[in-house]
Design a protein around this ligand. Structure first.
Ligand code: KIV
Length: 272
């Protein structure tokens, strides 16, 4: 019998690699709190990402840049309390892995030791390879993130598709190989043309997880608020909504508002 709690989940990366080898698609969904994490985990997804997209959907910012390491640790801790079986990745936020490698290692270590996640994700190409090597050496599994890297949105000139020109596509392919060679165990590809995502996936042994990257990646990731129809103003082409929860919530709150104002709630059944 295992002596570890299910949430320790130490075999979750080998499971992702097995899925990649066997050609089974990998699913990843973001979560930021224990309640959503519990529901999403019980739905059977392979992985949960505590994304710095919480800057947008939780904190209401226009970018992920204001998210701090302490914010991430807080949300990772909450998510881990809700998860039994999924692999959980935490984003290293803006400027927590750039000032120096020592800083980056300490910050990634905090996200794992205090946040409790199984791995960290960071955005960027081959210039991060030496850092990823050091993190991997230290026992910190690293998921890469290429294509549209939201922490560089000002440098990229907006939230737009990346890798459209031959030169950009070649650079992205080389970056992907460099991250894999440095020890990254998986790679998010965001907002890249489907044929480029297919080429990257074919060139790598590690799984690629796409968002706005077409159907040929090893898996897919979506932000839970987008997938569930909670983020009403956000309608990029790549997004498919699997529910319209904003409508459901609004209707429920309107019912409550109406019943309280009419004196219909609480009724004897809901009173002591
Ligand atoms: O922060 C996030 O949610 C992400 C996904 C969109 C991949 O990085």
């Amino acid at each position: 019998m295992s002596t570890q709690s299910p949430a320790a989940n130490t075999a979750s990366i080998p499971r992702l690699h097995k899925a990649r080898r066997e050609g089974r698609k990998i699913t990843m969904v973001t979560a930021y709190d224990a309640t959503f994490a519990r529901i999403i985990d019980s739905a059977g997804v392979d992985a949960i990402l505590v994304g710095d997209s919480l800057g947008n959907v939780i904190q209401g910012h226009g970018t992920t840049l204001p998210v701090t390491l302490d914010h991430m640790i807080y949300h990772c801790q909450a998510v881990m309390r809700g998860v039994q079986s999924a692999h959980v990745v935490g984003d290293l936020p803006f400027m927590t892995y750039h000032a120096s490698q020592d800083d980056a290692l300490r910050n990634a270590g905090r996200l794992m030791a205090e946040g409790g996640v199984h791995a960290v994700k960071l955005e960027g190409g081959r210039h991060l390879a030496p850092l990823i090597e050091r993190m991997t050496y230290a026992g910190i599994p690293v998921m890469g993130h290429l294509g549209l890297t939201p922490q560089s949105v000002h440098q990229l000139g907006g939230f737009r598709v990346q890798g459209r020109s031959d030169a950009d596509a070649t650079r992205l392919l080389d970056d992907a190989r460099a991250l894999q060679d440095a020890g990254a165990y998986a790679l998010v590809l965001e907002m890249v043309p489907a044929d480029l995502a297919a080429r990257v996936t074919e060139a790598l042994e590690i799984p690629t997880i796409g968002i706005g990257a077409g159907p040929h990646t090893s898996g897919q990731v979506l932000v839970c608020y987008d997938l569930l129809g909670l983020n009403e103003g956000f309608k990029p082409r790549f997004l498919k909504r699997y529910a319209t929860l904003a409508d459901t919530i609004r209707a429920a709150v309107q019912d409550y508002d109406r019943e309280v104002k009419a004196g219909a709630f609480p009724d004897p059944e809901h009173s002591f």
